[in-house]
Design a protein around this ligand. Structure first.
Ligand SMILES: [Zn+2]
Length: 308
């Protein structure tokens, strides 16, 4: 079950936040509706504001107006909808204040409810509060729908940017530590291929500490290298997302487990350590240097474990 907000609704919420900030240097809040689509995902749309008093730190909607809104929204959209209380924190951080979490309790009559807080910079926190069967408040990813990039921007990026293509040729030969770059000699590879392999080898050794790996493993073939690179990229991305808070530990560990299942299915001897949340917190984060390599389980220390 995923949560999405339409681009139009998202823009409207941020516009409301900006307008209240411009006019009153204040917060602002309102409701929007949430409807389940055929896939079972929830789509947030149609944000509205009601009559309210606003300050820098609070926003209070008038009770009669709220009751009125519920009735009108149900008339318009039917009863198969849920309401999302959203509000802005003006130019402050988007987080749940004590007042906010108390306000959430006003919705405890239902089994669960979703809440959104934003600021004028477009930062947000979206959380689902559940009362039954257990009381829990969890941050959830809110995807903005239809974030399409104008063609002119895509064209410009394509024209001016390039990414080095890594082309490791599949071969049955085993490559020792410094042989990878030389492997192309006399084998019909073009100079371009050789340079690519050379820079790949250099970059990879540097970035992912493969020098250390090579000290443990005598021979490694390009296919394995390529898989290692893919695993490291995946770890790097997951850890970045975790550090930035776009995914939580639950999502991190389930992604790692699913990667490991695929690796096992492909009979790859490497896997990713399924570390505990504590261990993960100690290895990633702003103040720790982490190396994606540390998350790779090479399946042992000697070359017999590295299978082609
Ligand atoms: Zn708040």
């Amino acid at each position: 079950m995923e949560f999405y907000i339409t681009k139009k609704a998202w823009k409207k919420v941020i516009d409301y936040a900006q307008a209240s900030y411009n006019k009153f240097s204040s917060e602002i809040g309102g409701f929007m509706i949430m409807k389940q689509d055929k896939e079972g995902d929830y789509i947030l749309s149609e944000p509205e504001i009601l009559k309210q008093t606003v300050t820098g730190g609070t926003t209070e909607m008038e009770k009669e107006e709220v009751a009125d809104y519920y009735v009108k929204a149900a008339e318009k959209h039917g009863n198969d909808i849920r309401f999302v209380w959203w509000h802005s924190h003006a130019n402050m951080k988007a987080f749940w204040s004590g007042t906010d979490t108390s306000t959430m309790e006003e919705y405890s009559g239902s089994d669960w409810a979703a809440f959104l807080v934003v600021n004028i910079k477009g930062e947000h926190k979206f959380s689902v509060k559940m009362w039954k069967p257990i009381n829990v408040l969890e941050d959830v990813e809110l995807n903005i729908l239809g974030q399409t990039v104008p063609k002119s921007i895509t064209d410009e990026v394509e024209k001016l940017c390039s990414k080095p293509e890594i082309q490791i040729h599949t071969t049955t030969r085993q490559y020792g530590r410094n042989q990878l770059a030389l492997a192309g000699m006399g084998s019909g590879w073009s100079m371009q291929d050789q340079l690519e392999v050379q820079s790949y080898n250099d970059g990879y050794s540097g970035a992912y500490g493969l020098n250390n790996l090579y000290s443990d493993v005598e021979n490694i073939n390009p296919d394995e290298l390529k898989i290692l690179k893919e695993i490291s990229d995946a770890i790097e991305e997951l850890n970045d997302n975790y550090t930035e808070g776009t995914i939580n530990y639950k999502k991190w560990i389930s992604s790692v487990k699913s990667l490991n299942r695929n690796l096992k299915k492909d009979k790859v001897s490497f896997s990713i350590y399924e570390v505990t949340k504590n261990k993960l917190d100690n290895h990633v984060g702003n103040y720790t240097m982490y190396d994606a390599k540390n998350f790779v389980n090479y399946g042992g220390n000697n070359e017999s474990n590295i299978k082609v």
